[in-house]
Design a binder for this molecule. Structure first.
Ligand code: G3H
Length: 252
């Protein structure tokens, strides 16, 4: 069965009430063929309710992060329960900015992923190597280590993988304008899928959407999405611009 593309827009910690209103207007003007693509927008948490209330239903909403804990005395946290209550369908986990700037370990990312899945959310799980790791030939070790931490927690319920999308985001490509070459992207995605085949389950592997993130724009999206193991994108900077519409179009 063909895998449905996922095009994610991660707005990171950007936007004002005014700019968010225009982005929502722009997105509502896009024809989304939901048979072939899922469009998932991750605004900052403070705009989740606005996005959920105002985006058309063909466009799904994601949190950028989710708490390790539930409802209760956890000041400043947004729990999976809050997201579900708001009708938010997705969360990102393990974005490299959370790993690098907020100390999220593989285990924390895995626990957040499991907790989000257990509460019914879909998860875009981000993995990726740093430039040093790539230069020292550690790419596959790093991304499979990050994935294994999650696999270890899902081992008793493989059906949860149907709600996971893996985003391969090489850290050196994020926000740098240096996009992975088609060979680098296809190689990493193919290797990740092979890892899932041999270490998790072949059926999970063939159905798992593995999307690419890192300096995707309207100029490079068509070539990247044509790759066999690239099932869409997680777009940062370009998701705040009109060219995001062209990136969505490249998937349908
Ligand atoms: O989550 C998105 C990624 O960090 C990619 O960001 O498209 O600005 O390179 P970017």
């Amino acid at each position: 069965m063909a895998r449905k593309y996922v095009i994610g827009g991660n707005w990171k910690s950007n936007g004002t009430q005014a700019s968010v209103a225009s982005l929502i207007e722009m997105l509502n003007g896009v024809t989304v063929d939901t048979e072939s693509v899922e469009v998932v927008i991750a605004p900052p948490a403070i705009f989740l309710a606005t996005a959920k209330a105002n985006l058309k239903p063909e466009i799904q909403v994601s949190a950028q992060n989710v708490s390790l804990t539930g409802l209760g005395a956890y000041t400043g946290e947004i729990a999976a329960e809050h997201l579900v209550d708001l009708g938010v369908q997705w969360t990102l986990t393990g974005h490299s900015e959370r790993r690098a700037l907020y100390g999220e370990t593989d285990f924390v990312v895995a626990e957040k992923t499991k907790r989000a899945l257990d509460h019914g959310l879909n998860v875009i799980l981000c993995v990726g190597e740093s430039l040093d790791e790539r230069k020292s030939d550690q790419t596959l070790n790093v991304i499979t280590r990050q994935l294994k931490a999650v696999a270890d927690l899902l081992v008793n319920d493989l059906s949860l993988w149907s709600r996971v999308v893996v985003a391969y985001e090489p850290v050196w490509a994020i926000g740098t304008g240096v996009v992975a070459t088609p060979e680098q992207a296809q190689d990493a995605h193919k290797n990740l899928r092979a890892y899932v085949t041999s270490h998790i389950n072949p059926e999970v592997a063939s159905e798992l959407r593995i999307i690419y993130g890192g300096s995707v724009n309207a100029k490079n999206s068509a070539e990247l999405i044509a790759l066999h193991d690239v099932d869409g994108f997680l777009v940062g900077g370009a998701s705040l611009k009109p060219e995001f519409v062209d990136i969505i179009q490249s998937a349908q």
